[in-house]
Design a protein around this ligand. Structure first.
Ligand code: FMN
Length: 197
């Protein structure tokens, strides 16, 4: 028997959303999600993660295409898939934008020389995804964000964004209003993953 409260309810009902309305999210919604990211735990309390927000649809579309092109995903099969309801790029080869046309793309950058950078970014991302869900937004975690900048356009964007040269893109958090009324169903949790030592 587990205990329930609003936080647990939010954790249990959050699902990855890959189908978004084109309408942009409100500034206060964006600020709320960013605040959740800023308050995530970080190794040594260093708060090293930088959050770059892009709501430029042209740039997001181009970076999403670069990401797709550079993503070396193992394609899904009839029995092994990521999501039937809201397919990922591994489920549906016809998806050309790895950002699924989300109106807001936040890229989390971390210091190149810091071992815990990706862990910090990941903790921030989950805080952000939970905050997004709690206010009715849809969100998606996109890993290996360096792939999105691995071509001349991507490099140009990094310069435009003025990202420090000693930082790299760890992951993206996509945000937008969910297109589907019904959220995808979560997969059944695998058994035997909790071991009592
Ligand atoms: C490290 C990490 C990387 C991920 N990368 C991607 C990605 O590149 N594209 C994508 O569509 N989803 C990505 N996801 C989302 C997962 O596919 C999703 O969390 C998983 O299928 C479980 O679904 P749920 O979040 O609805 O429980 C990633 C999640 C994690 C934790």
């Amino acid at each position: 028997m587990i205990m329930t409260n609003a936080v647990m309810e939010n954790i249990l009902t959050r699902r990855t959303i890959r189908r978004f309305l084109t309408k942009q999210i409100l500034e206060e919604e964006l600020q709320t999600v960013l605040e959740a990211g800023l308050y995530a735990p970080s190794a040594g309390g260093r708060q090293g993660v930088l959050f770059v927000v892009s709501q430029d649809q042209e740039i997001n579309k181009k970076l999403g295409r670069i990401k797709k092109k550079n993503s070396n995903v193992r394609m899904s099969t009839d029995t092994v898939y990521i999501s039937k309801e809201q397919p990922s790029i591994a489920d549906d080869p016809s998806i050309i934008n790895a950002f699924y046309d989300a109106p807001t793309v936040i890229t989390l950058f971390v210091p190149k020389d810091f071992l815990y950078g990706p862990y910090d970014a990941s903790a921030a991302a989950e805080n952000m995804l939970l905050a997004a869900h709690s206010i009715g937004l849809g969100g998606c975690y996109i890993g290996s964000a360096w792939d999105s900048f691995r071509d001349p356009f991507g490099q140009e964007i990094l310069k435009q964004w003025n990202v420090r040269f000693d930082y790299y893109a760890a992951l993206h958090v996509l945000l937008g209003y969910p297109k589907d009324e019904q959220a995808p169903k979560g997969k059944v949790r695998k058994e035997g993953r909790i071991i009592r030592g």
